[in-house]
Ligand binder design. Sequence first.
Ligand SMILES: [Ca+2]
Ligand SMILES: [Ca+2]
Ligand SMILES: [Ca+2]
Ligand SMILES: [Ca+2]
Length: 359
Amino acid sequence: MNKYSRLLGTVGAAALAVLVANPALADGTAAGTTITNTVTVNYQVGGVSQTATGASNSFAVDRKVSMTVAEVGSSATQVSPGATKQVTTFTVTNNSNATLDFALTAGQLSGGAGAHGGTDSFDVTNVKIYIDTNNDGDYDDGVDQEVTYIDELGPDLNRTIFVVTDVPLSLTTGSVATVSLTATGREGGGAGSQGAALSETNTGSANEVDAMFVDTVFADAAGSDDSLGDGAHSARDDYSVLAAALTVVKRSKVISDPVNGTTNPKAIPGATIEYCISVANAAGSATASSVAISDPLPATVTYDSTYGIFVDGSVTSGECNANGSAGGSYDVGTSTVTGTLSSIAATETKTLRFRATID
Ligand SMILES: [Ca+2]
Ligand SMILES: [Ca+2]
Ligand SMILES: [Ca+2]
Ligand SMILES: [Ca+2]
């Protein structure tokens, strides 16, 4: 029998006057609130009304501990290989009827199904937890503070929490890292410090002597990485990699030689060779930018400064076209041709061309 039904049994159907000190919240009457119930009994003796008698009963409302961790949004955070400070966003809501602290921990899957499809295939690094200090819903580097717990979160209130991580290099498109955020209820412990661990109690419900004792009941659900009624809740989100997949091909062809000219030329000393470096990006890939090419020439050829260097040309049927715009440079000291291609989107191919003569 709970406290409320026990009281009803005591007073029967007599008039009830329930005094509730705190306004009702979505999460119920605040823990520790004293509920006083006074009964009045009127009676007569010999047909004459007598002074009324009565009784009152008080008890304290117990503490229901419950919280919800939820991912913000419903898709993976898309990241580039090597990207730093990549964000997944969660909310932590206090569904308890008391102000509590909430310890925060971030976890990672080691394999298994991702939160948004795919399979967990890597771990992010440098995992940190931040609170949305300025309450704008976005992670602001240098503004939002790194935390290990939420301090003094009142009933019905929530905070936005960011899990911020770095992504390793050399990952391919479709790689998934699943992270979880777990919030564990703690005693409030005062502002500015994390309160003690919570545990369920069962003191006040056994008899009325202990009615003013505030018991603690875990009413939390099972989340992605916690259990039913364990004083904690959790949710997951994914990082999904979108990488560029570049293929580089270096071609050469003989343009002319000192004997045959441009008709069926051969690669004899004095012949002019055209080098073409093509860079292709695979379908479904991220756009590659700042594509910088560096090509040290072998000692047996001499760079053709008259012809120059052409960037952003195209390839047709596996052959480099004689196009592109003048660009790039040649460093005499290191005998190196360099040039930068403009951004290469998925399925695009761009080239860098130059000529040299065989010594
Ligand atoms: Ca992982
Ligand atoms: Ca913010
Ligand atoms: Ca606290
Ligand atoms: Ca739980």
